[in-house]
Design a protein around this ligand. Structure first.
Ligand SMILES: NC(=O)c1ccc[n+]([C@@H]2O[C@H](COP(=O)([O-])OP(=O)(O)OC[C@H]3O[C@@H](n4cnc5c(N)ncnc54)[C@H](OP(=O)(O)O)[C@@H]3O)[C@@H](O)[C@H]2O)c1
Length: 305
């Protein structure tokens, strides 16, 4: 609690796509918000940045930390060096947070909301996945497993930990949707591979709402899949995108897109685009969370209409 009686929420990686929106909503909900960042100054929205080197000084003032920090997964081709950066930017920052909670003693925040991703389940066939499903194989599953494991020790300090396994975030400001929309707008839209791979998505507004619920509601703890209740296939989502943008979708044979994506993106193509999973938010539904955007049609209309 600060001098004005407002609770302080520290958002690590709060300068990114999800964090920018989250910080605005936290402010609107009456919280004092700061962004833990590698930069100094303030965000374009006027939210103060706190350098990671000042973490120990700032943490006793925080009521909760929401940790979104990590190198962009799809920003660059996955070389061994890039893979290491993707992993260590998540495990190192999370470990630093947990250490800061430890060092703050009785003045530590009571809540840690740590991002993770549905990549933890690995690529799957058509079987539905929920929070009880086993951890999968591959680079993304390994990253998410280690990321979550880095956060787990905080529970030994009596801190409530939410591990939010985020699906493909739909936003008009960045991430997957603008990338998927671009070829469709230019009459080049096509399903990827055979198009039957799962596409487990979430509207950014619902994700932000889930993260704020994690701060406010004691029941929002442990593993939570942050995906809409209606995951779809790549083919259906691409078709709906075409419908929303009033563009045709080309009947490109599976081997053509598979070949092109593998050539362009290497290992990332299979892990992120050509394979997928049907992930369900069973835990959130059990908690009674109400999604504003359950169906892809509604989300696309809101974001692109
Ligand atoms: N967007 C999605 O579809 C999606 C899906 C599943 C999971 N997630 C996860 O959710 C989190 C937030 O997603 P997002 O789309 O908002 O990500 P984003 O736009 O890439 O933002 C992540 C933030 O992490 C910080 N960061 C980057 N590299 C870092 C490093 N080496 N050390 C410390 N901090 C670093 C950056 O903040 P500063 O530059 O201010 O330090 C950046 O603003 C990410 O961890 C992502 O993996 C996202």
């Amino acid at each position: 609690m600060n001098d004005a009686g407002r609770k302080h929420v520290l958002v690590a990686g709060g300068s990114g796509l999800v964090g920018t929106r989250l910080c605005q909503e936290l402010q609107r909900a009456g919280y004092e918000v700061s962004i833990l960042s590698r930069r100094e100054g303030t965000s374009p929205e006027g939210i103060p940045f706190v350098l990671w080197s000042s973490l120990n000084q700032v943490i006793p003032s925080a009521y909760a930390v929401i940790n979104l920090a990590g190198e962009g997964i799809a920003d660059k081709r996955w070389s061994p060096k890039r893979k290491n950066a993707i992993l260590s930017s998540r495990t190192d920052t999370t470990t630093r947070l947990v250490e800061a909670y430890r060092e703050a003693g009785d003045r530590r925040p009571r809540i840690l909301v740590n991002a993770s991703a549905i990549g933890i389940y690995g690529p799957h066939d058509g079987r539905p996945i929920d929070e009880k499903s086993s951890i999968g194989e591959g680079f993304l599953a390994d990253v998410c497993r280690d990321w979550e494991a880095a956060a787990d020790p905080v529970t030994q300090l009596g801190v409530r930990l939410s591990k939010v396994r985020i699906g493909i975030v739909l936003s008009r400001k960045g991430g997957a949707l603008p990338k998927m929309s671009l070829p469709v707008r230019f009459f080049q839209g096509a399903k990827l591979g055979d198009g039957q791979q799962g596409f487990s998505w979430i509207h950014i507004d619902d994700l932000v709402s889930i993260l704020i619920h994690c701060v406010e509601n004691d029941q929002y703890q442990g593993v939570l899949n942050a995906t809409s209740p209606f995951p779809t296939t790549n083919e259906t989502f691409t078709r709906l995108l075409g419908k929303q943008l009033r563009r045709p979708i080309l009947p490109v044979p599976a081997f053509v897109t598979r070949f092109a994506l593998n050539l362009l993106m290497g290992e990332m193509a299979e892990a992120m685009l050509l394979k997928g999973a049907f992930v369900y938010p069973k835990a959130l539904q059990g908690l009674g969370f109400k999604f504003k955007f359950e169906r892809p049609e509604g989300a696309l209309k809101d974001l692109l209409g």
